[in-house]
Each structure stands twice: as C-alpha cells, then as structure tokens.
Design a protein around this ligand. Structure first.
Ligand code: GDP
Length: 487
C-alpha cells in the first residue's frame, strides 16, 4: 500500500509539472515595452491600444481583428507583484468621460492584456490554445539614457557632463549649476548640505533643458528627471564635480562622497532596472515627439537624434559590452513611432514618417540590429481632429478641425476649450535632412502651427453603442508589434 501512495504522489508531482508546462504552452505570453521621453505619448498610446482591443475598435490593418479571429480581449492580473499596475481605468475615464488628457508616465508600470483568438493556420490551431497574454510594460525613456553610465567612472561622468554643458544649446541653462560647481573644493570634507545644493542646481539645469521652448532631450542621470520612488534618496543626491583626476579620491572628501553615491546609483538603480525589466522584453515600441523638437529648431532635433541613438542601443545587447552580462534574450521587434500625427493633415503623415526614419538612421547603422526587425511609423494613438478644406481667395487649404484645449493660443486668439476650430497646420519639409538645418526657432515662427486639442467626443452608432477611440495607424503598430503571434 505504502509504495502505491508514493507512486501516486510522485505521479501527481509529475502531472503537476506537466500541467505547468502545458499551461505555459497553451497560454504563451509576450512582454511589450512601451517607452519614449516624457510627454512622448506612452500613457495615451497604452490606453488607446487596450481600449481598441477590448472594445473591438476599427483596426482594419490588424489582421487577426480584421479577419474576425479575435474572440475576446480582456485584462487579467499581471504576473509581477512588485511592479505598480498601469492605471488603465483612471486614464480611460479621463480620456472618454472627462475629455481631458490622462496623467503622464512617471515611473514603471505594467498591465496584462489577454487575447483569445483562433489561429489562421490549421497547424497552429492544433498546437496552441489560441490565447496570448501581452504584458505591457510602460517606463520612462529617460531611464534608458543611464545605460552608458555603467561603463563610466565618476570622473569620466563628471568630465562628460561639463563638456555637454559647454555646448551652445546647453550653456545658458547650465550657468547656475556651473557657477555653484566651480566654486566648490572637491577635496574639502564631505558636506551633506553642499551635496544637496549641487544635486539641486544640477537637476534644475537638466529640467530647464526639457522646457517646451528648448525641448532638449535629456541628459543622464535619468532618475534626476524622473525619480520614480527614489526622490530625495542619497543615491540621487550627487552631481558632477569639475577638474577631477582619475586617481582615487581621499576618503572623507566631497569628491569621495559623490563618487560613492554615483556608484550606488549604478548598482542599486541602473543595473536592477536593466536586469529585471529591459532584459525580459520581447518587443518594444519607442514613441517620439518629433514635432515638438522640430518646432524648437535644429539644436533640439540634433539632441533628439542623440537621445534616440542611445535609447535604441539599449535594445541590442551585442553592441554594448556592459549589457551582455545583464541581458539573455534579445528584443526581436522594435517600432519607432512618431505619435500625435493628428496634428497634421494626412498629406504630411508620410513626411513625418520619413523624418523619423532619418532620425533613427544613424542609430540603426551604428548598432548591430541583425536578427531584429525595426520599423518606423507616423501615427496618432488618439485622433483629436478631422480633416477639411478651407478656401482662401483662390487657394484651397487643407485644414484640421478640433477643439483646442482651454488657454491655447494661435495668432493672439485664446481658446475656451469648447469651440471647434479649423487650423492650417502648415507643411513638414519634403526633405527630411532639412530639419537639421532649420534655424533655432522663436515661438512666433514655428515650423508647424501646433495647438493642443482636447480628446475627441466619442461617436455613437444608431443603436446607441459608443464607438471606440479614433486613431491613425494604431492598427499598423499593433500588426507589427504582436500580429505575428496571432497568425
Ligand atoms: P507620456 O509622458 O509619454 O506618458 O505622455 P502622455 O501619453 O501623457 O502624452 C503627453 C501629452 O501628449 C498628452 O497629454 C496629450 O496632450 C499629447 N498626446 C499624446 N498622444 C497623443 C495623440 O495621439 N494625439 C494627440 N493629439 N495628442 C497626444
């Protein structure tokens, strides 16, 4: 009898393991990273994507949906207990009920969307359960810009930061910090108040560069701009110091204190982020606000190009040696998407796409992307405008019509947030290269006339059913990012 029990117990364990394995087989999952610099449109993108899938939105270029093979899509409990949940319901309420833009991404969050589908191929129908869980991971692109720090000592980081601050585009906003930094003695005894003052003025400099008119794309350390839950911790209370030698700093000095905190930042913040999150991604979308940079002029465009190059290099572990130890699996599909294309007439969408392609050209040629497909797209996760034409004398101008946000202005006119208005947005340059030559622009002479619109009012069908959020090419993005897994 005894042996029999043992036998059944063992059999059960064996069966359990088998069940685990088969459940992993029949309900596969895919981790989709969503990133981009702050205000690029991550929160809006995820909300619109999930809403369109759950409510069967109009997605003609998303094959599985178009051919009616998606049985249903729904939210499920996310697999990682230690990561905050992406607050889909709150964001959706803001967009749809209140018609205001949701709160933007400030830290990492996650959401699991499960799709039940019928595979198009007989073979796949036999071997997969027709269920795919997409784990959407939303995180600030600023955090990716920390990767190069892993290969830099504190002295090197300091030297590089001072060099960047000397660039014509940075100098003005860096003055206060440089004045403080050049007045301190790195060999003087460590002083917490002084450390805080240096960190504060350095952070203010980094933040000032991000203001709308400057639109510079962020310098590391990324958490200084997007601290997440680390605000005020010692790992974030450091700053570069001028004139450091490569020799070891005498213990007890300001330089030694700053160096220790810089190293702690790398060990306790940067490395775990890459190991626990970036290393587990299968697919990635990088959102870009190219129009904002173009409106600010050539310096902002060059800066955006630099930031994108660094961001993309994070996804190809082969190209950066300090990543190889952290990353085992490689991201197989990367989409770089310029969002907010609803600010342009559709005649300009292809131009926007060509500009984004130009922005990532250098990044793609530099890193080794073999084995990964990269695509570029101009889209709008939420479409806030419709198109029309306006005749002016003999000319017929293509315009966009939407409700500008309260307080937005154009040509001296201030909007009340209620009135629909037709706007001629202007044309994007036909030659992508010209965006690198445009002079730095003033607020009165933008490349494209840009006002922020309110989220759209959702249409209802004759039967009273509310239609899902309108978009531009969101279906193409979906097809590229997950379409193959639903084939
Ligand atoms: P995040 O910081 O990347 O999470 O950026 P958000 O998703 O919060 O987007 C920042 C802002 O960009 C929003 O508040 C909107 O004003 C605007 N925005 C984002 N996506 C779109 C879009 O598809 N169309 C339009 N018209 N505006 C958008």
């Amino acid at each position: 009898m005894g042996t029999l029990t043992t036998f059944t117990d063992e059999a059960k364990i064996a069966l359990d393991t088998l069940a685990d394995r088969t459940s992993a087989l029949v309900s596969p999952s895919l981790r989709l990273g969503v990133t981009g610099l702050s205000r690029a449109g991550k929160t809006v993108f995820i909300t619109a994507l999930v809403h369109n899938l759950i409510h069967g939105g109009r997605l003609p270029l998303f094959q599985a949906q178009k051919s009616g093979r998606i049985a249903r899509a729904y939210l499920e409990e996310q697999p990682d207990d230690a990561v905050p949940r992406f607050q889909y319901e709150d964001h959706l309420k803001a967009l749809i009920d209140d018609r205001i833009w949701p709160e933007s991404t400030r830290a990492i969050s996650e959401l699991r969307l499960t799709i039940e589908y019928e595979s198009a191929s007989m073979w796949n129908r036999m071997f997969s359960g027709g269920k795919l869980s997409v784990d959407i991971v939303d995180y600030p692109g600023e955090w990716l810009l920390d990767l190069p720090l892993l290969g830099k000592s504190y002295s090197e980081f300091s030297k590089d930061s001072f060099e960047l601050a000397q660039l014509a585009s940075h100098r003005d906003v860096a003055t206060d910090w440089i004045n403080v930094a050049t007045s301190v003695d790195a060999d003087a005894p460590a002083d917490e108040m002084l450390a805080q003052k240096l960190a504060r003025t350095f952070t203010e400099y980094l933040k000032a560069g991000k203001a709308d008119e400057m639109a510079l794309s962020t310098l590391p350390p990324g958490r200084f701009l997007m601290p997440g839950d680390l605000d005020g911790s010692p790992a974030l209370t450091f700053a570069p110091l001028p004139g450091l030698s490569d020799a070891k700093h005498r213990s007890g000095t300001l330089a030694a204190m700053m160096e220790r905190r810089y190293e702690a930042y790398k060990t306790h913040v940067v490395k775990p982020f890459f190991r626990e999150h970036i290393a587990r991604l299968d697919r990635q979308i990088v959102l870009v606000d190219a129009m904002q940079a173009m409106n600010a002029g050539a310096a902002a465009v060059a800066d955006l190009e630099r930031a994108l190059t660094e961001i993309l290099s994070c996804f190809r572990p082969g190209s950066t040696n300090f990543l190889t130890g952290l990353v085992q699996r490689r991201i197989s599909r990367i989409l770089v998407a310029a969002t907010k294309a609803d600010h342009l007439h559709h005649e300009s969408h292809d131009r926007l796409q060509a500009i984004v392609r130009r922005l990532v050209d250098r990044a793609i040629s530099r890193a080794d992307f073999s084995g990964a497909s990269i695509d570029v797209l101009a889209m709008a996760a939420v479409r806030t405008t419709r198109e029309a034409t306006v005749s002016q004398g003999r000319e017929v101008l293509p315009v966009i019509v939407g409700t500008p946000l309260k307080g937005e202005t154009i040509n001296g006119e201030t909007f009340d947030g209620k009135t629909e208005t037709a706007i001629f947005p202007g044309d994007l340059p036909a030659k992508p290269d010209s965006i690198f030559e445009a002079p730095d622009r003033s607020a009165n002479d933008p490349a494209i006339r840009f006002v922020r619109f309110r989220p759209p009012k959702l249409e209802r069908t004759a039967q009273g059913i509310t239609l899902s959020l309108p978009h531009i090419r969101l279906d193409r993005a979906l097809q590229f990012l997950i379409g193959d897994r639903l084939a």
